[in-house]
Write a protein that binds this ligand. Structure first.
Ligand code: ADP
Length: 386
């Protein structure tokens, strides 16, 4: 295969696209981007850049015409247009039909139930009037309400107390179609990056364990391998691979899972693209999640997923106290620490909790990597530029 002649088109020009371009360029593959605005992380790196909405069919057709294969780095795109293209013979990875299921948290959950993927009990509701019945049937002290569409990074997700909502329906936060799900008291939250090539080979990376920023519900740092037993790690990989195999689509996926207090594994959700929980694979794995997707869309077999060293990844999130031009303090000090890799996403303005970059740290053990991650987190901070 002549990689040089291949052009990948990506719907979306955010940091995931940017990191995919970085890896694709290493393989001498060009990447075309469709994104709303030139003020995005991919603009300066794209081979061709189309400014336009990810739901605009004409723009998607334009991207398709200049690209050999298409993929996406965000779920909120026009799937009907992609399905039309796929039916005309265009290669789109992952399959837009899978994306259609994933885009709707209700359909995603139903798909899990139909395909025996272990997941938390749930009910679907269309509007406020259906909440009481669903909450009563769930029979849990707490539940999680999720809007079926357009939520991301914790937006459109609220943890609620059943009795409080039953006593006062005016506290119901959403009056749109929702998924009401039993709250899972869990031991750990983990994620596994799974890759499937066009030949149907499916591989899973080592599990990563997540730490969350409680207020915004964003991952603040993660580490891999997760601090779980060997058996649990194998079980989690098995569930992740089985889950992805149900969808019969090539691509790179993040399977987010809960390990319950009883040691059961429940699938929370799938991201059908490279994921925050796989950033560390750039330095820590033999094949990064971005090279993996590049290989898969070009029809190559999946690469080796082994972890070279224990790793942690810290999201550099915009400070909660301001929006606007920014400087990052103490970055110079990072260079004195061995095994620290800085990634900046070229975002012009900081906003509260916005993902501005990340730092990967490598070490020889999980303990060492966690200590190093904490040190790095305490060092770096954002400040406004006047
Ligand atoms: P998003 O698509 O916005 O990432 P998620 O469904 O992943 O939304 O939920 C965000 C976070 O909320 C999860 O990572 C987890 O911390 C918490 N959460 C979601 N569902 C449950 C649940 N059923 N039980 C306990 N916590 C949950």
């Amino acid at each position: 295969m002549n990689l040089l002649k291949q052009k990948i088109g990506i719907l979306g020009g955010g940091q995931l696209g940017r990191m995919l371009i970085e890896e694709a360029l290493r393989l001498n593959v060009n990447v075309n981007i469709l994104e709303n605005s030139k003020d995005c992380p991919c603009y300066h790196l794209a081979h061709e850049f189309i400014e336009g909405s990810l739901t605009d069919e004409a723009k998607i057709m334009e991207l398709s015409a200049m690209s050999d294969v298409l993929t996406f780095e965000i779920e909120h795109v026009n799937t009907e247009a992609l399905i039309k293209l796929e039916d005309e013979g265009k290669t789109i990875i992952p399959s837009p039909r899978m994306l259609q299921i994933i885009q709707d948290k209700g359909l995603q959950k139903q798909y899990y139930t139909e395909h025996h993927v272990p997941t938390a009990p749930y009910f679907l509701v269309n509007n406020k009037s259906e909440w009481n019945e669903a909450i009563t049937k769930l029979e849990t002290e707490k539940f999680v309400a999720k809007t079926r569409k357009d939520g991301y990074d914790g937006r459109g997700v609220t943890i609620l107390n059943s009795q409080v909502i039953l006593a006062d329906n005016s506290l119901i936060p959403y009056d749109v179609p929702c998924l009401l799900e039993a709250f899972v008291p869990c031991e750990k939250e983990i994620s596994i990056i799974v890759a499937q090539d066009i030949f149907g080979t499916t591989v899973a990376y080592e599990a990563v364990e997540m730490e969350f920023e409680p207020e915004a519900n964003l991952v603040t740092y993660l580490f891999s391998p997760a601090d779980i037993s060997k058996q649990m790690a194998e079980k989690a990989k098995f569930v992740a691979i089985q889950t992805i195999n149900q969808f019969k689509s090539p691509g790179v996926f993040a399977v987010e899972m809960f390990i319950t207090l009883n040691g059961d594994i429940l699938v929370n959700e799938i991201a059908p693209r490279p994921h925050n929980s796989g950033h560390h694979t750039i330095e820590a794995s033999y094949t990064s999640q971005y090279e993996q997707l590049t290989r898969i869309v070009l029809g190559l077999p999946v690469g080796c997923v082994g972890l070279i060293k224990p790793a942690a990844m810290i999201n550099l999130l915009g400070d909660k106290s301001f929006s606007g031009a920014y400087a990052i303090k103490n970055l110079d000090q990072l260079h004195h620490i061995e095994g620290v890799y800085l990634h900046l996403y070229d975002k012009k303005e900081s906003k509260p909790m916005r993902k501005m970059g990340h730092i990967t740290v490598l070490a020889n053990s999980t303990e060492e990597v966690k200590a190093k991650a904490t040190k790095v987190m305490n060092l770096v901070s954002f400040e406004p530029i006047k």
